[in-house]
Ligand binder design. Sequence first.
Ligand SMILES: *Cc1c(COP(=O)(O)O)cnc(C)c1O
Length: 320
Amino acid sequence: MVELRDIRSAADRIRDMVRQTPSKPSPSLSQMAGGEVWLKCEHEQETGAFKLRGASNAVARLGKVAGVTTASTGNHGRAVAYAARQLGLPAVICVSRLVPENKVQAIRDLGAEARVIGDSQDAAFVEAHRLEREEGFALIPPFDHEDVIAGQGTLGLEIVEEFPDAATIAVPLSGGGLLSGVALAAKSLHPKIRIVGIGMERGAAMAASLKAGHPVEVRELDSLADSLGGGIGLDNRLTFDMTRRLMDDLILLTEDEIAVGIRHLWDRHGDMVEGAGAVGVAAILAGKLRGDEDGPLIAILSGRNIDPARHADIVKPEGA
Ligand SMILES: *Cc1c(COP(=O)(O)O)cnc(C)c1O
């Protein structure tokens, strides 16, 4: 169980390890959404994604270990590597072959070993589990862990402190660690706030699981929102139930819709944001998410780690 007080302790614990990220209004999106829209610029977080919050909290709470390990589609691995270095621990990050090269390199640049294993998140997990079992490493999971959820929840605290009248928070959704933490923080303080989870149609494991009523596996597909890939774990302990309980609406997007979101953030705001980070904006632009009359909608820009060549290709002017 995670509670509001765990999120508050996490905020104290990681204060000097993470950035408190800025927010900014979006006139273009406010007009389209029919209500005030603000962007929470978590893509400006150290290591380029909110994952540093959960990883920092989890690593900071460890006792004596040989090192830390995880399996990750990129941003979580990078966050664990960064947090481990800050706390002076060795890190081995296990990633699947689907993970883009720029993300693998970023992990190596942080002084961690990046071990490339198999064709799925699950295969990478097997190696991380072996390190835990046989070599005394602590496995820091990407979402389904109390300390990780509490760390991500600090983002929710920041949002409601800055926007006490927020009506809606749009949260990118994959394994549900971010949504669980943000929703728990926000709803504990403002029970009426609407939490909208947003994912992609290609390989939406949480959506399929909610529909089935229990965690299910889906086939992993390449997507512009690669950070939203991967399953939720058939043995999911926390985030499936928390997402089911705390999420008010779920929106799924096509690849084209996600690309429009990335392009809008670049053209109108000058922000380089990865697919997973652009889904809230994309949902507004696709007409799938409306603003509110009684308070602002806050869209979390969750990360910026997109392959620069891919980004350039998406934002290039028509016909160029
Ligand atoms: C991990 C990630 C998400 C999804 O977070 P979950 O806790 O798995 O739901 C969204 N955006 C970015 C950039 C991420 O790295």
